[in-house]
Ligand binder design. Structure first.
Ligand code: NAD
Ligand code: DAU
Length: 332
């Protein structure tokens, strides 16, 4: 049994990860989370307090990070500013949390020789053409497009440098688009589901042809657990479940599953610099670590996710109006 520090554990993927850790392992879990707009206390409700505690704090806070890292065996870094649209409106917190925050964690794990796993994104590789078979691999050159993805790319490079120069025990995973329960309603899928519950038509950026490689959050977190257990120090692992789907198709499917005509959506202003297509080749993770995704049927995973938002309105209702007010400012 060990003590795991999960930064950003009150956000979407982190909260699902903490729940999974408590359900499937015997580890003690501490969450360090700044409780920004993206965090939700309700995502961590009803957890066993004998094995779990939440510390409200910032990964940029040197003293707090030092104190917490010194008493843990492993740090898993989910903490980040995560939304591309926000990074276009206000890039500063992205540079601060994603770069400076990662730096602070790296310095602390170096000092105490603590195992570190860094959660990153496929967006560091830029985007791919639509009419192309190419997919991202561990050797694809970094080519980020947005302030968000550039800050994540920078954080990955810091981790790599700390491994090479200081010998820290770290791994990195770069995952594609996650969906599932507890995802903030600013993100594409929960935004459309909750819009439909509210009688508002789904909104597609630009022409809707952009492709994302969808993976269920539990499959991502299973991969993270496997990398922490069996991953090779210094390595980067790509995580994806062959879920390439155009945004238009996602909206059409959501409409159908929620009992609406498949074309009952509207087009809104495009995202500046909008990445066209992401696609992950996860064969290294599959072949070397034996990871196999369980949610391979996107339609069924989407149906379950729709049910979750229908059944958990008390979780998302308090943040819905403010999220939509922010989108209204950019005509989206
Ligand atoms: P999220 O926005 O839902 O959650 C981020 C969490 O980090 C929030 O709880 C927030 O309060 C916390 N946080 C922000 N700044 C902090 C700070 N300075 N100190 C401490 N905590 C802070 O994000 P998510 O979608 O769960 O993403 C988690 C991680 O996974 C991020 O690193 C993101 O880049 C990466 N990722 C996300 C996806 C995706 O599809 N959502 C895919 C691949 C990788
Ligand atoms: O690829 C991994 C990344 O996936 C993560 O690193 C990010 O943290 C995560 O937010 C996500 O980034 P995207 O920008 O791809 O996700 P988002 O949910 O914002 O948008 C998904 C696609 O849907 C994208 O092409 C933009 C489009 N979109 C989004 C919204 C909110 C719409 O068409 N309409 C919308 O209302």
């Amino acid at each position: 049994m060990s003590r795991i520090l999960v930064t950003g554990g009150a956000g979407f993927i982190g909260a699902n990860f903490v729940r999974r850790l408590l359900e499937t392992t015997e580890h003690d879990v501490t969450v360090l989370d700044a409780m920004t707009y993206a965090a939700n206390l309700a995502s961590l409700a009803d957890l066993d307090e004998r094995r779990f505690r939440l510390v409200k704090g910032d990964i940029c806070d040197t003293a707090e990070v030092d104190r917490l890292v010194s008493t843990h065996d492993t740090v898993v870094n989910f903490a980040a500013e995560s939304h591309n649209d926000n990074s276009l409106a206000q890039p500063r917190p992205f540079v601060q949390t994603n770069l400076v925050g990662t730096f602070e964690l790296l310095e602390a794990v170096r000092k105490y020789d603590v195992r570190f796993h860094h959660i990153s994104t496929d967006e560091v590789y830029g985007d791919l053409e639509l009419d192309d078979d190419a997919r991202f691999t561990e050797t694809t050159p970094y080519n980020p497009s947005s302030p968000y993805s550039a800050s994540k790319a920078g954080s990955d490079l810091l981790v790599r440098a700390w491994v090479r120069s200081f010998g820290i025990r770290a791994t990195i995973s770069n995952c594609s688009n996650n969906y599932g329960p507890y995802q903030h309603v600013e993100k594409f899928i929960p935004r459309q589901i909750t819009n439909l519950i509210d009688g508002v038509r789904p909104k597609l950026y630009g022409s809707g042809v952009n492709v994302r490689d969808w993976i269920h959050v539990d499959d991502h977190n299973d991969a993270v657990l496997r990398i922490i257990d069996r991953g090779e120090i210094g390595r980067t692992y790509l995580v994806g479940a062959d879920g390439e789907t155009s945004n238009k198709r996602v909206v059409e499917l959501t409409l159908q599953l929620m009992g609406h005509a498949a074309d009952d959506y509207e087009y809104v202003a495009d995202r500046p610099g909008h990445d066209l297509r992401y696609a992950i080749d996860a064969s290294v993770l599959r072949d070397e670590l034996g990871w196999i995704p369980r949610y391979v049927d996107f339609e069924s995973g989407l149906r379950t996710t729709i049910d979750w938002y229908r059944n958990n309105e008390n979780w998302w209702r308090p943040i819905k109006a403010a999220t939509e007010a922010k989108y209204a400012l950019s005509g989206q």
